[in-house]
Design a protein around this ligand. Sequence first.
Ligand code: ACO
Length: 437
Amino acid sequence: MENGTLKVVDSRTNASYELPLFKGTIRAADLRTVKTSADDFGVMSYDPAFMNTASCQSAVTFIDGDKGILRYRGYPIEQLAEKCSFLEVAYLLLHGELPTESELKSWIDAITHHTMLHEYFKKFLEGFRLASHPMGMFVSAVAALSTYYPEAKNVLDPEVRKLEIYRLIGKVPTIAAYTYRHGLGFPYVYPDNDLGYTENFMNMLWKMVEPKYRANPVLARALDILFILHADHEQNCSTNVMRSVGSSLADPFVSVAAAAAALSGPLHGGANEAVLKMLDEIGSKDRVPAYVEHVKAGHGKLMGFGHRVYKHYDPRARIIKWTADQVFKVTGSNPKLDIALELERIALEDEYFVKRKLYPNVDFYSGIIYQALGFQPAMFTVLFAIPRTVGWLAQWQELLQDSEQKIARPRQIYVGHEARDFVPIEKRGAAAAPPAR
Ligand code: ACO
């Protein structure tokens, strides 16, 4: 057999089984054939946090975490970051191939003509308190878009999907910019169709009274590169949520909102905000060694370090470092960079981090650039969510076209009480023993 088999002997029955291997995996459902009797449920696999479980076959993104390799549709991230625009990469992720010149032109045109938000939408955003966290506003606003486009529920119609993909990619920068300006009490700025995707985003963020906003080309390119680096990362926490919610055939707006909610956590996309807080807490270069010792003693984590998949330098972190240099030539250096560099130097030489293969991840340097560009840390995860919307949509589309996929529904190992009789309220309160685990 091309993929071979795995021979399993059940010590309970001495029965042996040949489980077919498929691309280095066994199908968990095949374990159900391993039974002690005809009415036995069969063996299940137990894998909290999906440490070793493939939930899908995907052709979108390849990661080799041991070698530090990241490719979108086969193309190395380094080449894409150097040679492509973000929308070109978005096309690649969603369509599987790089666009021709005319394909790119009509793709950009389609996205550009879906950047406006309904006028009533501004009223929705105005309801948020001034100090609202932009990520909470972003998640809610993307979910609210679902109410504006009820036809989006027809997720099995490829034409509907195409339109909603244009809308989501077009509108997330507008939502992000509005959440930013809301916090500052500034009036919202409408999209400018003369500008490219990233320049237009900067226009909506920073235009004041000038008739036409002109982005600094170095800063616009830096942001575009950051968008490319954040566009997809195979089956991470938020993408898994996108697929899971999408598997119920929920519309793409609420599915993206759910994925963005997952992204907001400090162990995922919220880490870039946490890195800045950590650098502030450290305060100066000379205090780095003490901070590292503090972490090693079990007090918190080095934010922006470590990754479930990368056990090597995150290739995105390397490109971000290069991008930071370009940005700082325009903005002047961010003093936090010195602390970050020292932290990286010390951690990479330290036995604790070396042994656990903990390297800087994408979030370690991105926050420093965002801050140099003028963003408050609370905005950082929103800046991550804009490009990652493309990855979520590419994975969602792949899911809906995959005949093997069904509604996501894991199993559990029940460790609660056995059946027991109802206790009337006046008889409750006697110390009930917790269930044995
Ligand atoms: N600082 C200090 N120790 C760490 C760190 C860190 N940043 N990350 C992991 N470790 C330690 C753990 O304590 C554990 O040590 P132990 O074996 O002595 O118990 C060991 O390294 C393995 O770590 P796990 O938590 O088991 O690794 P897991 O794959 O579950 O977690 C994660 C990965 C969540 C990214 C983790 O490294 C982390 O919390 N990092 C900090 C947050 C962060 O930067 N997140 C962004 C990730 S990239 C992204 O989502 C875009």
